[in-house]
Each structure stands twice: as C-alpha cells, then as structure tokens.
Design a protein around this ligand. Sequence first.
Ligand code: PMP
Ligand code: GLU
Length: 409
Amino acid sequence: MNAVLEAQIKAVVPALSERINALAESQTLEMAKKARELKAKGVDVISLNLGEPDFQTPQHIKDAAKKAVDDGFTFYTPVSGIPELRKAIAEKLKRDNGLDFKPENIVVSTGAKQSLVNTLMALVNPGDEVIIFAPYWVSYFEMVKMAEGVPVLVHGSLEAEFKVTAEQVKAAITPKTRAILFSSPCNPTGAVFSKEELTDIAQVVAAHDNIFIIADEIYEYINFTGQHFSIGSLDSVKDRTITVNGFSKGFAMTGWRMGYIAAPKWIADACDKMQGQVTSGATSITQKAALAAMTGDLTETKKMSAAYLRRRDLVLGLLKDIKGIKANKPEGAFYIFPDVSYYFGKSYGDYHIKNSYDLCIYLLNEGHVSLVDGGGFGAPNCIRISSAASDENLVEAMRRIKVTLEKLQ
Ligand code: PMP
Ligand code: GLU
C-alpha cells in the first residue's frame, strides 16, 4: 500500500474487524472535520477542503421536493428508483451521452458514492485487481479494498496533464485485472479525457475479456472544454462499461444524496440486490427533486460552471505569484492540484514539512486555510485546493497561503 496512506490509517482498535481497521478515513472528510474543530474554537478558517458547490440547489428542484412532501410522497420506493426517474435518466443519457439504455439499466442510489460501492461489490472478487488512474478521488482506493479487491495505481504525471495513457493501462493489465476506474472530468486534477484518448483506452480494454470500465462522470457538467465524452458510448466497450453519475456537483445537491449508474442489466440487477440489503431505494423526496433536475433546464448548472471556470483562472493567476508551485490547467471540475514538493524539507518553528500532509496541517494551523493533501489522492507531492468558494474567500485564502509558505525556510 501507498506509504502515505498507510501512515494515515491511525485508529487501529484490536476489538474492531480487520476490515475496518484496514480502512483509511476519508481525507476530504477528515480535513473538513479538522477545519470545523478549529472554527469552533473561534479561528477564522477559510475552508477549501471539501469538493462541495457553494451554490444553492436551483429553485425548481427545491420546489419539486416540497411538492413531493405535500403530496405525501413519503413511502419506500422501488430499490432501483422510481420508474419516471429511471426513464428520465435513460433519456438524458441518450440525448447527452450517446448511451443506449432502458430504465431497467439504471440504478438510482444514495449518492454516487453508493453507486460506486454497489458496482465494486457486484464485480470484484477477493484478490481481483482494479486499475485506478492516479491521481484519483480519495474514496476509490478504499472502496476497492472494501470489496476485497487490490487497487493497482497507474499514475498520470503533471507534465501529461495528469492523464493516464492507453499504453500505461495496457502495461498494468494482468490476468487478475477485473476493472479500470477513473473520473473524467477528474477529481482532483480537473483533467478531461478526450474522445480520442478514451477510444485508445477502450481499445486496450476491449482486447481482454472480463475487464470492466467504471467511468465516473459526476463532474460532467463542469467541463470547460465544451465536450464531454462518455467511454460507454463506444461499441467496443458498451457491454462492459458502468457509467456512474450523480447530482451533487452539477446541480449543487451534495446534501440530497443522489447518484446513479447505467450498466448492462445483469450488473444493474446485481447492484439492485446489493442495495436492497443495505439501504433500499434512495429517499423518495430526493428522487422527485432529481426528476426535476433531469427534466428541467440547465441554465443554473451552466451559470455555476461558468463561475467555476472564472474562479479557476483567478486561483491559477494568484498561484503564479507563489514561489516553487507548479500547477496544471484543469479543464473541468472545481479543483486546482498544484505540486508543492518545493517546500518539503523546509521548517518554520516546530513545523517540519516532510510531505503534503504536513504542509496542509501547517497551512491550516498557521495560515488558517484548510486544503486536502495529495497523499489520499495518490499524489503525495500535491495539495488540492477547491475553488468552489466565493472570489473574496479565494483571494484571501491565496494571500494567506502565500505568506504562510514564505515563512518556511
Ligand atoms: N465521484 C467523485 C469523483 C466525486 O468527487 C464525488 C464527490 N463526493 C463522488 C463520486 C461522490 O458523490 P456523491 O456521493 O455526493 O454523489
Ligand atoms: N467528493 C467531494 C470531495 O472530493 C466530497 C467529499 C467526499 O465525499 O469525499 O471533496
């Protein structure tokens, strides 16, 4: 296992199961908790840790939820979701993504997090390898472990815009490979895979029976290239791609907890079975809200995406003034993921910076800015800055980061 991650598995309690002891705490949530604790002590912390839109959920979505409550739509729903929502999702996937699915191929879940866990639980046998494109979203690694699989990291470098190539995927495949897993647009790097790049990757996967593609497209609507491509639309891999998506990012609905997969029916059925034993159907009221999101217009979503683009440029511009920082230009999502290794080995007072985790703790306690270290994303030289915050907070946070880093000798 990645040494940084291992170091972050702190709480080993002998009475607990080996499974839970082997699980690392979600770094995003851990950093958010640390920031909250400091704020509770009265410290003015700027939180750029969680990947959470700072916008309100659009009004027509809220209204649909209110109506659902007033209509008494408060009962258990079918495990995979209400028929009208599954139908609306299938229509959206056809219209926007060129994916040909029926409602029976869709499983609606309590967040894309659950969709991912359902999928991995359905496909992965103990010891199966899952190739994860690194840098990766923190939870992938631990989710694969939960399914008793073996995460295999393939790294995209900053110089290559953090994108893993088809050749790298090919080199990582073994007889034990069961799936590849990645997000595009990517959390944490903002990398967006083009149609050509995904076609090359699909070709490599298609040459092997029994390897599946888990394509996390939750940042689909926050894409500054203007072109989102779904790998599952390629004929060569359409029967073995599980497309994961959700409402948290594009519709600013993090707290509503709503995600979905579109997959071959036998996989969708397996996810239904899994979910039926864990949570049952997602919240009835949220499903009505999601239906409004799927069928309503995207004006608010587009406005949010435009704001994220503006903020990306704002943060990148301010980062240029900070010594030693190297950053790529994210093409989607709302994160900046700079390499901060220039500061490793430097000190200020009792702070000795060995890695990006130390740097994040230093920036939190000394600079009062909360970020997430790259270790949990499989990139220990980097830190993640969420730009889903007001311009004012971003400018002030970058000022604090600059002066705090300048103290390190
Ligand atoms: N995938 C990625 C890449 C994410 O950043 C997130 C953010 N939480 C998720 C999945 C899960 O989203 P949610 O459970 O809120 O739908
Ligand atoms: N996906 C977001 C993030 O990466 C939300 C937190 C989480 O679920 O991990 O920060």
